[in-house]
Design a protein around this ligand. Sequence first.
Ligand SMILES: Nc1ncnc2c1ncn2[C@@H]1O[C@H](COP(=O)(O)OP(=O)(O)OP(=O)(O)O)[C@@H](O)[C@H]1O
Length: 356
Amino acid sequence: MNKILVALSGGVDSAVAAWLLKEQGYDISGAYIRTWMNEEMPLADCPAQQDIEDSRAVAAHLGIDYEIVNLVNEYREHVVNYLVDGYQRGITPNPDIMCNREMKFGIFQDYALKAGFDGIATGHYVRKFTNDDSSQDLLEGLDKNKDQTYFLALLRQEQIRHALFPVGELEKPRVRQLALENKLPNATKKDSQGICFLGDMNISRFLEHYIDDKPGDIVNPEGKVLGRHRGLHRYTTGQRRGIGVPSNTDNEFYVVTGLDMERNELIVAFDKPDSPGLFTSEVEVYGLSFVNQSISEPCRLLAKPRYRDPSQAIHYTPLGDNRAKVSFDQPQRALSPGQILAIYDGDKLLGGGFYK
Ligand SMILES: Nc1ncnc2c1ncn2[C@@H]1O[C@H](COP(=O)(O)OP(=O)(O)OP(=O)(O)O)[C@@H](O)[C@H]1O
């Protein structure tokens, strides 16, 4: 791989990724992926224009070609629809993971390959490793605190084959230092947060735009009505804020333990380990996808139930048809249908799937 299209978000990580590749002698260009129209979303304080200016300035500073790749329609089709549809069905979607599989390492990568590039690069904190049989694996970033393998859990071999992750070999403070030393124009820009491409917008404000409220009852696990909710799409398992049912006299707080879509009921219980439905030690995972080899035998592995969670020891039992049973050694709090479990062998990402 020599000719690389670097996905420049306007942030410091992808800017340093581009700088590193240029230093290493790659023939690079930069591209900003446009996915969001401000006009479409008047509620959003969308930082896209600033990001475009910043990414353009980085490319100019490095003296490389720069383009804006317009994927607004594809983003709506593959990410926004999945997100809205998921909340409407009462599951918790992960737009960042879908965005990586469908957009950056899907449509954007295809675009780059067709345009004559050998591959793409991003500023993700992950490392790539090539095996003797020339297959490739994804390893956690060297900076464990920044590791982003979780977000790449649904990528497949052909997608990582054409991808480079230059900052995965560095600690974040070193990345900042490189940006400053080399006078990258966005060196002091603060890290972005929030949903991939949606910027800092709050998810419920975003959903308000798409899904109408449908009020219903809030009930405890025995079915006793405790109050009213505004619409089930506003809640996710494990949520404590914004339920609106006061704590009891012992100061125990309510937490969401489930959504009953058929009855339009929000199920809540006190936030303590023995509350029914709050802790789970066994889940079924579907839609499994593997970075390299699929897992065909029952085995002991590690898994991350959520991005910031530490790895958990699991028993993994394949069920066929891209499904598996996963038993956690330690019961896990508030797993929500639709969320993604990332599966690891040590620090090697094996793949991921959706909680049933
Ligand atoms: N709008 C965009 N256009 C091009 N590439 C993007 C865009 N958004 C994200 N990326 C790519 O995906 C990577 C990870 O995105 P994420 O939103 O997690 O940003 P990050 O980890 O804060 O990195 P950065 O500092 O580069 O923004 C980025 O480093 C960049 O390569």
